[in-house]
Design a protein around this ligand. Structure first.
Ligand code: B12
Length: 211
């Protein structure tokens, strides 16, 4: 398996080792995006282990930290390789009302940033008012909504309805995602885009701004 040592270090939630193994792979000329994919899968595995109670919260938190450190290195490397980084547009992203899951949203923030979007991360448990206030203030092109639970998926719909009630729905492209979210749900609530992961989110966001 490619980058097995990176994966193992991530599953061991050892951020120092993760950083060391990533640097070793990059020194050999590895593609940072491919390493990122392996880390994303490892994070998914960690999520499953947590759900099965084979891993506990402190370890999940360590894994989150390791992921952030890894992303700082990989993001810088990806930026170095993508020569002319231009501003592709502005994104306001957050985890919706009632939901405190950060990891996936942080990863999407990272990939969009690296690709050349200006990203405003408004954090977790964000209300429709929070999203719209910042989007209006920053002149956003895209509003990104992360929801990890069945119970908080309707909060994505609330943001769209809030935009409609203010008569500004057409000003923004709404991009949705998060563990439980599907393309069908995105269609049902009238979102403009959906991606199942952080790397795919870049392609969808580019399409939404006509790039
Ligand atoms: C870590 C975790 C927590 C941590 C969160 C810590 C943190 N800082 O984020 C803590 C312990 C706090 C937590 C709490 C809870 N959790 Co929790 N949690 C998880 C867990 C294990 C991992 C989530 C994660 O980080 N995944 C890894 C990332 C990389 O994946 P991701 O978030 O899906 O993101 C990817 C894509 O979805 C996408 N994406 C994400 N956001 C966006 C946004 C856009 C715009 C786009 C385009 C794409 C995109 O890109 C990402 C990268 O590829 C999942 C189980 C799992 N297997 O996922 C449960 C899970 C999400 N939690 C769950 C539940 C129920 C809860 C609690 C209610 C638990 C409880 N009983 O107390 C609380 C709720 C708190 C709240 N109000 O939000 C359930 C939800 C079930 C459901 N279907 O509704 C899950 C699925 C566990 C389970 N199987 O039961 N949780």
């Amino acid at each position: 398996m490619a980058f097995e040592k990176v994966r193992d270090a991530m599953l061991a939630t050892d951020s120092e080792l993760v950083v060391k193994e990533i640097n070793a792979e990059l020194a050999k000329g590895a593609d940072p995006k491919a390493i990122f994919d392996v880390l994303t899968d490892a994070m998914g595995e960690i999520g499953d282990l947590f759900s099965e109670m084979k891993m506990f919260l402190p370890e999940v938190m360590l894994a989150t930290e390791a992921m952030n450190e890894a992303f700082a290195i990989l993001g810088a490397e990806m930026q170095k390789q993508d020569q002319a980084i231009e501003n592709l547009g502005t994104v306001v992203i957050g985890t919706v009302k009632g939901d405190v899951h950060t990891v996936g949203k942080d990863m999407v923030t990272g990939t969009l940033n690296t690709a050349g979007f200006k990203v405003f991360d408004i954090g977790i448990d964000s209300s429709p008012q929070d999203f719209v206030e910042i989007a209006e203030r920053e002149g956003a092109d895209i509003i990104g909504l992360s929801a990890l639970m069945t119970a908080t998926m309707p909060s994505q719909k609330d943001v769209i309805e809030f935009l409609e009630s203010k008569g500004i729905r057409e000003k923004y492209k709404v991009l949705v995602g998060g563990g439980v979210v599907t393309q069908e749900w995105a269609d049902e609530i009238g979102a403009d885009g959906y991606s199942k992961d952080a790397v795919g989110a870049v392609d969808v966001a580019k399409r939404l701004v006509g790039r």
